[in-house]
Design a protein around this ligand. Structure first.
Ligand SMILES: Nc1ncnc2c1ncn2[C@@H]1O[C@H](COP(=O)(O)OP(=O)(O)OP(=O)(O)O)[C@@H](O)[C@H]1O
Ligand SMILES: [Mg+2]
Length: 261
């Protein structure tokens, strides 16, 4: 489904992502882990067209997408959430999810804020889809709440609903459990499993190694912008280079604690 070859992104003298290649098959969940500053979010920003890579190619379902505009990439079926929650905090939960439908249009967010210039039946379709997705992510009954008033965990669910409403083929999640308590992490794990069961392919950036191991078919590890390992979870967590990259040679058991800071 996705074939990334040798993508590089430099910021001045810093190589944030250096020659990373990755392949993702339809239906997989691939984990992307690595220490702070490893280049994970930059990798997503390249994939979604926010940054044009300095080098490399990205083929999605056979079409080259490196460097094309974000809304065109969204139209092809790639959607994401952000590391820092980005909601319209004063708006209702439902309106926040509706915005996700307009990510695939050039006018995007502004069209949705300035009123939907769509036919009535289209508006009805957008509302019905948004309500359906809100139920899927466990937010039935919260539709009219102001987004900013929700718990942190529920705000994350709204973000995921907004990303899912356009029915993406590939969903990119950037640290969906950041700042969550143990119960919320477990609920998020279940939600991601359900998203996979619905046939959506997922790339998951996550510091919670236990969760990544539980969820992912495969894990890729970035360190200083370079991919140092890629393989099945069991092989990755015992990989000497991975352990070294995180914490020296003390053992992977301390990784999630370390990463929580
Ligand atoms: N727009 C930018 N301008 C300059 N430097 C940037 C920019 N975006 C990212 N960087 C730098 O690129 C490197 C990789 O950052 P990135 O945010 O991709 O890391 P990350 O793996 O997502 O880290 P974290 O786990 O902390 O979220 C860092 O050194 C960061 O400071
Ligand atoms: Mg990041």
């Amino acid at each position: 489904m996705l074939r990334i070859e040798g993508i590089t992104k430099r910021f001045g003298g810093l190589t944030a992502v250096g020659g990373v290649s990755l392949e993702v098959s339809q239906g997989e969940i691939v984990g992307l882990i690595g220490p702070n500053g490893a280049g994970k979010t930059t990798f997503f920003n390249i994939l979604t067209g926010i940054y044009k890579p300095d080098q490399g190619s990205i083929s999605f379902e056979g079409a080259e997408i490196a460097g094309i505009k974000p809304f065109r990439i969204a139209q092809k079926g790639i959607s994401r959430t952000f590391q820092n929650i980005r909601l319209l905090k004063e708006e209702s939960v439902l309106d926040n999810v509706k915005v996700g439908m307009f990510r695939t249009t050039n006018s995007g967010l502004w069209a949705s804020i300035l009123g939907f210039r769509t036919a009535r039946h289209e508006e009805q379709f957008v509302i019905e889809e948004s309500l359906r997705i809100l139920e899927t992510v466990g937010l039935k009954g919260y539709e009219e709440e102001v987004a900013g008033s929700l718990s942190y965990g529920n705000q994350r669910r709204v973000e995921i609903a907004r990303a899912l409403v356009s029915q993406p083929k590939l969903l990119l999640l950037d640290e969906p459990t950041a700042g969550m308590n143990a119960g919320e992490v477990q609920e998020m794990t279940e939600l991601i499993k359900q998203i996979k069961q619905n046939g959506t392919t997922v790339i998951l950036i996550e510091h919670n190694v236990a969760m990544v191991v539980e969820l992912c078919d495969r894990i890729a590890v970035l360190d200083h912008g370079v991919k140092i390992a890629d393989g099945e979870p069991e092989a990755i967590i015992s990989h000497p280079d991975v352990i070294e990259a995180y914490i020296g040679k003390e053992g992977i058991g301390e990784v999630s604690e370390h990463a929580a800071h």
